[in-house]
Design a protein around this ligand. Structure first.
Ligand code: 173
Length: 502
């Protein structure tokens, strides 16, 4: 089993390093020693935490919050110093921090799960029970965070045109996504680093999804390893996988082919993140964490502006282009879906490239700020594809994500031509707040909302959801006043200005 330690006084290290280097940070993990001296300021979680464990066993602190391959992808091989006898390494005496005490109180103060009536509420509860750093990473969006707010506002510029007297005794919102059965026209979208917010991480999604016939998209940078998630499979549940394309295509090929071999039914290639957006809440948190500064780093030129996500994203290949699509087609038979399309022009190119679908998405507002919302893009995309005779085409599915908190949001997207909708943060917050049970509750809330809204809309099945059921004429007018979104406004955290040392 894994043991991980940053190292101060191990005999092995003393042979290999000067005292200064050792003080700077040698990590022991999985019974191995790593020299992380030069990595200190790149560390997404700040240097202080590494220095705290330097020279000691860091396994327990490290494992929950890092993707399984974080070390191998981020630390050059020559910094992997070798194996160590764990018995010779000092343990860190774990004291309960102020933050941990606060979290324990907040966990005890959570409302009973049945009191949670909507997906917004998971967010406010999650904020109270997860470390500040996790909240900063999950909740952050890029630049001025205009797009993340627009993702909510856009749904409010779409109004329903409900039909009546249609015998809605039974309504059925189940569907198929890429040919796979789904009990909801919603899939769990990829979000990274689930163990930052809950000790079990993304596997909570897996278990809840299995029990409820929901499809989970596994993130390349999930905290739980890909195989741990697949191994938890039950009820013959369906998985998709989200892919960040590595500069080293052999790594990507291996990952994709392994996913296919393990039965994954769709490859969602992220195409909107050649570089990660600036998420200042995430970056700010690291400033706070590093405010004491690492003595050994004084005077050194170091990159200080990396948040949690950016610091582990350097493997992502910014050279990815349309020319790569045939290669993906050649290495897998899984349906290929491009995740992060923002214009009709690119939707047409995607169709012509022969992929099986697209996700109209702005990456939860975390990439290009003031990029438009998926629901707005949907209208121009379906019109452009139709005009060329490309769509409707059962072999080309259009998905939307970003800002979805209600079944009514989903129904609007389906009316406008989406096959299904991705929900990322809302499910993430549901497991941060209550673990697996929270995810089940979130799914139950969706079911209740679908039942009511479909009855009121006069749609018995998803096939009844047509463009005539919505008025989307204001969707691309960005100055239309929208009704106050009270729940979102209460959960949304305004950004903060850096502190003056007065
Ligand atoms: O949005 C993200 O945070 C994200 O996609 C990501 C990318 C690289 C590393 C971690 C997360």
């Amino acid at each position: 089993s894994a043991r991980c330690l940053p190292l101060l006084f191990s005999p092995v290290l003393r042979l290999l390093n000067t005292a200064a280097e050792i003080a700077a940070g040698l990590l022991y993990m999985a019974s191995k020693v790593y020299d992380v001296t030069e990595f200190l300021d790149e560390h997404p979680g700040g240097s202080k935490i590494i220095l705290k464990y330097a020279g000691r066993d860091a396994t327990e602190a490290y494992e929950p919050i890092h993707p399984p391959d974080a070390i191998t992808t981020n630390l050059p091989l020559h910094k992997h110093l070798g194996p160590i006898d764990v018995a010779t390494v000092a343990k860190v005496v774990k004291e309960v921090t102020e933050e941990e005490k606060k979290i324990q109180l907040a966990v005890a103060a959570r409302p009973p799960l049945e009191n949670v009536l909507n997906l917004h509420e998971f967010e406010i509860i999650a904020k109270a029970v997860i470390p500040e750093k996790a909240w900063a990473y999950y909740s952050s969006a890029s630049d001025d965070e205009i797009t993340i707010r627009e993702n909510r506002a856009a749904y409010q510029r779409v109004w329903f045109r409900p039909r009546i007297l249609r015998d809605v005794t039974t309504v059925d919102w189940s569907t198929t996504i890429l040919g796979q059965k789904s009990s909801l026209p919603v899939y769990i979208s990829a979000t990274a680093l689930g163990k930052l917010g809950h000790p079990e991480g993304e596997i909570t999604l897996t278990r809840a999804a299995a029990k409820n016939g929901v499809i989970q998209m596994i993130a390349t940078l999930a905290s739980c390893s890909f195989d741990d998630i697949i191994n938890a499979q039950s009820n013959n549940q369906t998985f998709f996988v989200q892919l960040y394309v590595n500069r080293d295509r052999q790594i990507t090929k291996k990952y994709v082919q392994h996913a296919e071999k393990r039965g994954v039914k769709g490859l969602f290639i992220t195409v909107d993140a050649p570089q990660l957006g600036r998420r200042e809440k995430d970056m700010r948190m690291k400033q706070v964490d590093d405010s004491a500064g690492a003595e050994v780093q004084k005077g050194q030129k170091v990159q200080k502006d990396q948040g949690v996500a950016r610091a582990i994203s350097s493997f992502i290949d910014p050279s990815l282009s349309w020319k790569d699509i045939p290669w993906f087609r050649s290495i897998t038979k899984m349906p290929i879906i491009l995740k992060g399309i923002s214009t009709a022009e690119d939707a047409i190119l995607a169709y012509e490239a022969g992929v099986q679908g697209i996700v109209l998405s702005n990456h939860g507002g975390r990439q290009l700020d003031t990029a438009r919302s998926g629901i707005e893009i949907l209208v121009e995309v379906t019109a452009a594809l139709k005009a060329r005779g490309y769509w409707p085409d059962p072999k080309f599915e259009i998905f939307v994500d970003g800002g979805v908190r209600r079944a009514s949001d989903v129904l609007k997207a389906l009316c406008l031509g989406a096959k299904a909708v991705g929900v990322g943060r809302a499910f993430l917050y549901s497991f941060c707040a209550y673990g697996e049970a929270g995810v089940e509750r979130a799914i139950q809330i969706f079911r209740d909302e679908f039942e009511m809204n479909m009855r009121l809309l006069g749609a018995r099945t998803v096939d009844d959801l047509v463009p005539e059921m919505v008025d989307a004429s204001a969707l691309n007018q960005h100055i239309v006043p929208v009704p106050t979104d009270h729940l979102f406004d209460q959960t949304y955290q305004p950004m903060q200005i850096t502190k003056l040392k007065l």
